[in-house]
Design a protein around this ligand. Structure first.
Ligand SMILES: *[C@@H]1O[C@H](CO)[C@@H](O)[C@H](O)[C@H]1NC(C)=O
Ligand SMILES: *[C@@H]1O[C@H](CO)[C@@H](O)[C@H](O)[C@H]1NC(C)=O
Length: 341
């Protein structure tokens, strides 16, 4: 952050200043500092929101593309086309839920187990996103995420990871931003999660991004056995904030025509615009849900072996243990996107 001198005064040039002038100088300095602090904090004053898109019900998957290219993050996975996903029942719906799962029936797989990665056809520059999540994927070898990005324009249009975990996922949900240069969170923030890293620029962090982690009940078995919960994301010029509510504690205005984040208390993660121009770093984003297998994060020895004590090599395990993927599924109630008025 650039720190500018209070304009128009210099103590060194006025050694014989009168007490009145000195008082004025001190006051001006204090006011100037105060002004800097106020300016540094993002303006999170309430925006009015109105419903833009609803993702739910039996036609929910029509609102997404099925990404079936080779995994860009080197997973031991084959992302299914829509046809394969239907044949293997990897995506299924009821009136009130949508499930995306890893193939847990094919006994042995070569070149990767089938899984799903869906990307919303609609794209967003900003908005309030409400994710009703019933079940998060868990199990050795998994690397699931619910995130926003612009695939062809990654990383210049940014990446927001709302939920991300790996293996048994009981260490808490990881929320991250990944950007090009010029986006840092080394600033005052208001959140209840634990900051793991401040530099969002992928080139200076080996793509780790800037991450905040929630408590153990924010992901995985503890989250699932509670019947899941609600994650909300507010993406606006002032910053990016993520809240998590266990289902029983969800704010009542989530079902209103115009939910108001200013009534929701401290977010789980706060990524303010203080040192990051949100509007230029985050654009044209699809909503993506996927379950990668092994890959750059899931198969890391310090995750797969050391943190979760998963057996042998990740690809061997994934190839040959179908029943270990019975809990490797996302189940959503709905996703709603609101836009600022
Ligand atoms: C497909 O999966 C869903 C969700 O797990 C399940 O309820 C349904 O019975 C399955 N359908 C078939 C044809 O196996
Ligand atoms: C957003 O991304 C899509 C898909 O890559 C592209 O077709 C579209 O032109 C992009 N829109 C903008 C405004 O960049």
């Amino acid at each position: 952050m650039q720190r500018s001198q209070p304009r128009g005064y210099s103590l060194h040039q006025r050694p014989t200043a009168s007490p009145t002038l000195l008082t004025a100088i001190v006051l001006a300095t204090i006011i100037s500092k105060f002004a800097q602090v106020v300016k540094a904090n993002p303006n999170y004053s309430p925006l009015g929101y109105q419903l833009l898109d609803t993702y739910e019900g039996t036609s929910i998957f029509d609102q997404f593309y099925y990404f079936s290219d080779e995994d860009p993050t080197k997973g031991f996975v084959r992302y299914a086309t829509k046809e394969t996903a239907q044949d293997l029942n990897l995506t299924s719906t009821t009136d009130t839920t949508a499930i995306l799962r890893v193939d847990s029936s094919t006994p042995a797989t070569a070149g990767g187990r089938h899984s799903v990665r869906i990307e919303s056809k609609n794209r967003y520059d900003s908005g309030l996103f409400i994710f009703d999540i019933i079940h998060t994927p868990v199990g050795c070898g998994t690397w699931p995420a619910l995130w926003l990005t612009d695939g062809p324009k990654w990383p210049s249009n940014g990446e927001i990871d709302i939920l991300e975990s790996h293996n048994h996922g009981s260490h808490g949900n990881e929320m991250s931003l990944h950007t090009t240069a010029g986006c840092s969170m080394d600033v005052a923030r208001m959140h209840s999660g634990t900051t793991l890293s401040d530099t969002c620029d992928i080139s200076s962090t080996a793509n780790a991004g800037c991450t905040v982690v929630g408590g153990p009940a924010t992901y995985g078995e503890a989250f699932n056995s509670n019947g899941g919960g609600i994650y909300t994301l507010e993406l606006r010029d002032a910053g990016i904030r993520i809240w998590f509510f266990p289902r029983s504690l969800a704010p009542s205005d989530l079902n209103n025509a115009s939910p108001d984040p200013s009534t929701w208390g401290t977010p789980l993660a706060d990524f303010p615009s203080t040192n990051c121009d949100i509007a230029s770093h985050f654009r044209n984003l699809s909503i993506i849900a996927n379950i990668d297998l092994c890959g750059e994060l899931g198969a890391l020895p310090r995750h797969y072996t050391e943190m979760y004590n998963c057996p042998g090599s990740c690809p061997d395990f994934v190839a040959n243990n179908p029943s270990s993927f019975e809990e490797a599924y996302w189940e959503f109630g709905s996703i709603k996107v609101y836009k600022a008025l």
